[in-house]
Design a protein around this ligand. Structure first.
Ligand SMILES: *Cc1c(COP(=O)(O)O)cnc(C)c1O
Length: 438
């Protein structure tokens, strides 16, 4: 394990003067046991003091959205300028969390509506979220599931997990299962091993993903024993949640290296947040550091319309500006997909700057990242192949043994040859209701 930093040594002594805190600093259970959950302890440990009126507001905020931070994550805060610190802002309450803006919701993604059984969110055709833990090592102030934080700080009962497993067994279209929560890595190794084993026994489940922020806020959770267990469950993917280059420390590097050495492909999901990382240079530095640690930036998220997050939200234009600064300017590996998770439950919507300027029947005008405007000449003769989705009779003789027959849907259907659909129309618009008085 990496050596403690001076600030970690100081904190360990303050937190547990009689408990040999220093030796146990890298014990993840010790970190959880000593997580900071109230303002007074925080003031004591950071050596700061809030003015009385501010403390009162903070206490009100905590009543609605509780506080919890690991000593490790606390140790990353730059105390001299804590109010501007990106770690502090992600971990500590702000009275602005009590401001409710119009259109904000407690469940903006309507996850509770897409939940066929408790703990399962089934929104997309072939993959599901399986919420296997309600516990987190830290309460991120920007949590999209803030409605749930702190209210059920417990492990879902084996019955709930069994119900989720039964749903997976009975739903053959599910080929990809995302274990999330809460944080699945706050389960014991044995319990997680059991869940992974049961999920992977299901013949139609091809891959499993774990979403966990422990490499960022509790890197000591990534123990050799844990990694040895995870290794038995390939193909297993792992997505984590770094938001700022300052979160990449000796300890988090070590955690990431263990996972990568075990052959687990690592991805990262970043949330774009005002005052934390809404700067193209910060984001680019973060993505470069992640790649150095074998982590592929996967998604850049627009901040959700969750109650209490107004002060973190940026205009979508900021995200577009950041994508413009990445695409072409740096390795494609460092370019994630920028997504807005549709309020109301429409799922993730990718956004990209426009590179298509215009087109005719034989030319397409494009621009690149430098502003070069170029033309792509379309082929003079292209024999369109009419696709009736009878792959076994197809002249292309594609080796499609594994491609199950399926019907196109959504915009893909509008493009397909074997569908007569010419438009997708929302149901129950005034216009449609006028058409059919019944
Ligand atoms: C994000 C998400 C997924 C996974 O989406 P990918 O684009 O495949 O990473 C699955 N289910 C829900 C409900 C999600 O929000």
């Amino acid at each position: 394990m990496s050596k403690q930093t001076p600030s970690q040594r100081k904190l360990a002594k303050k937190i547990a003067p009689h408990d040999a805190g220093l030796e146990r600093w890298t014990d993840w259970q010790w970190q959880l046991k000593h997580s900071i959950r109230d303002i007074e302890t925080l003031e004591k440990l950071l050596g700061i003091r809030y003015p009385d009126d501010e403390r009162e507001k903070l206490l009100k905020t905590l009543e609605k959205f509780p506080l919890s931070i690991t000593p490790y994550y606390l140790s990353l805060i730059n105390v001299d300028d804590f109010r501007n610190d990106p770690i502090y802002k992600q971990a500590f309450p702000h009275p602005a969390e009590l401001i409710l803006e119009r259109r904000e919701m407690s469940d903006p993604l309507a996850e509770d509506h897409d939940s066929p059984v408790p703990g399962i969110v089934h929104r997309y055709p072939d993959r599901v979220l399986f919420l296997v833990s309600n516990v987190c090592s830290m309460y991120c102030r920007h949590c999209t599931r803030k409605r749930k934080v702190g209210d059920v700080d417990c492990i879902p009962s084996p019955e709930i997990i069994e119900q989720g497993l039964a749903y997976l067994r009975d739903t053959p279209q599910v080929r990809d299962v995302l274990l999330s929560g809460g944080d699945p890595l706050l389960l014991s190794d044995d319990h997680l091993d059991w869940i992974l084993t049961e999920v992977q026994k299901i013949p139609h489940v091809q891959i499993v993903r774990i979403g966990s922020r422990t490499p960022v806020v509790l890197p000591y959770r990534i123990t050799d024993q844990l990694v040895a267990m995870l290794k038995k469950h390939h193909p297993l993917y792992f997505n984590t949640h770094f938001n700022h280059p300052r979160e990449i420390t000796a300890s988090s590097r070590e955690a990431l290296a263990k996972l990568a050495d075990a052959g687990i492909p690592l991805g990262n999901q970043t949330v774009l947040m005002a005052g934390v990382n809404d700067c193209p240079r910060i984001i680019k530095a973060l993505f470069h550091r992640l790649l150095e640690n074998r982590v592929r930036p996967y998604y850049l998220f627009q901040c959700d319309l969750t109650e209490g997050l107004a002060h973190f939200r940026t205009p979508i234009g900021k995200g577009m500006e950041i994508m413009e600064s990445l695409i072409g300017h740096t390795s494609g590996l460092a370019v994630p997909t920028y997504v807005v998770d549709a309020p109301g439950g429409g799922g993730k919507i990718p956004l990209n700057p426009n590179y298509l300027i215009s087109l005719s029947t034989n030319k397409v005008v494009l621009r690149n990242f430098e502003g070069v405007i170029t033309t792509y000449k379309e082929p003079d003769s292209y024999e369109p192949i009419f696709c009736d989705r009878q792959c076994d009779k197809c002249v292309l003789h594609l080796p499609l043994e594994e491609a199950e027959e399926y019907r196109a849907s959504g915009v893909e259907m509008l493009l397909s040859d074997d569908s007569d659909t010419i438009s997708l129309t929302p149901e129950k618009t005034e216009r449609i209701e006028r058409r059919d008085p019944d």
